[in-house]
Write a protein that binds this ligand. Sequence first.
Ligand code: SAH
Ligand code: SF4
Ligand code: F3S
Length: 442
Amino acid sequence: MRTGGSDSFFIYTFGCQMNQADSGIISALLQQEGYRPAESDETAGIILLNTCAVRENAVDRIEHYLQHLQGLKKRNKDLIVGVAGCVPQFQKEEMFSISPAIDFLAGPDTYRSLPSLIEQVRSGAKQASLEFNAAETYEGIDPLREGSISAFVPVMRGCNNMCAFCVVPFTRGRERSHPFSSVIGEVRKLVASGYREITLLGQNVNSYRDAEEGRDFAALLDAVSREAPQARVRFTTSHPKDISEALVQAIAARPNICNHIHLPVQSGSSRMLALMNRGHTIEEYREKIALIRSVISGVALSTDIIAGFCGEREEDHKMTLELLADVRFDSAFMFFYSTRPGTLAARTFEDDVPEVVKKRRLQEIIDLQNSVSAELYQQAIGSSVEVLAESDSRRSSEQLMGRTPGNRVVVFDRKGFQPGDLVQVLITSATSATLVGRPEES
Ligand code: SAH
Ligand code: SF4
Ligand code: F3S
């Protein structure tokens, strides 16, 4: 086996888009110190797992990979393995007991110390760097990006919301926004490099507030869209309480801001939303949806749902089904509740919905949402949609895959187009998750 140089690294990323963006920051930081990316974990001298703690199976998933790494370590005694991201931030030094393969731990705010952690590991001792740093936004670091079409741009980190079920405030720390001018500077560079899509990222992207001048997310989104007039601009994830009239107006006014809002609701019952500490009622959520739909024509909405949170009764579950049937989201991420130690819910409530009930409710939610998505996608047959081509389709290089402004996946005949092209596509058929079509004759 070729074991590659001890100065080569490989990052395996789990979790949300913030974690993917952080892996780009870690790559840039390591490269600044003379490390270089390895082709695969088999050839790397340093392997980093960037981990997610949001649901229960998070630790199981990395345990499996760590077993594989232990095998690699038997063959390459110099291999260094680090676990970064949300799981070690949450489990602290206990992590070392999960696998003897782990040499060091690094939390989301300590990536600047990775080169020195690696050096210390080389001199023999296991290391952990897990401090929070509420000032850290990794300003001045140009993240390494995969691909040349679509780029993530983190604009804020952390979360102050304390939803009762959620571990993120404990893994990511206090909310902090990147300076307005540095976001615009990054967007300018991406435009110059030819990127066609820019996605602004934050756990609560629409609670963005520039520390220097107090400008809000509506102002940022507007400015980004003007800086990148030829690119599509997206953003995720929004919190319902921070959907303002100004934000909705900005999305409607700027043609290159995609007409799509991912707006997690979690439950259709106000009683559950209060237990979850979401900070709004279901009536208020419905009002936000009405505002969005009245201002942004053709807007696509998607959401997150949790089935079986503590204290959820059958009537609450029915309200979630009613909400899905009324709002008709384009798509949804749907989960059953799992307790995360240390969260408000874990400390205060009993996880009292039996697993079979959680799973049955989740299945009802998934079945309903799939039928809504299928209907909406069927209705798109015969229409013409603008697609940003991203890559070859998985099935055939004769077809390209891309997305509509509403984030629907479209597979279409290539007809000489390339990834990065904006193509007007006539939709000819659909499943519940994909539209299929061909480029319109121009
Ligand atoms: N603010 C981020 C939250 C990231 S977590 C966002 O809104 O995207 C993403 C989703 O995971 C949440 O919206 C929620 O639906 C789900 N989730 C979080 N904690 C959970 C838990 N303990 N059990 C099940 N699902 C959970
Ligand atoms: Fe978690 Fe709620 Fe913050 Fe989202 S808003 S990261 S769900 S605490
Ligand atoms: Fe997971 Fe951390 Fe993101 S817990 S969802 S990787 S913020």
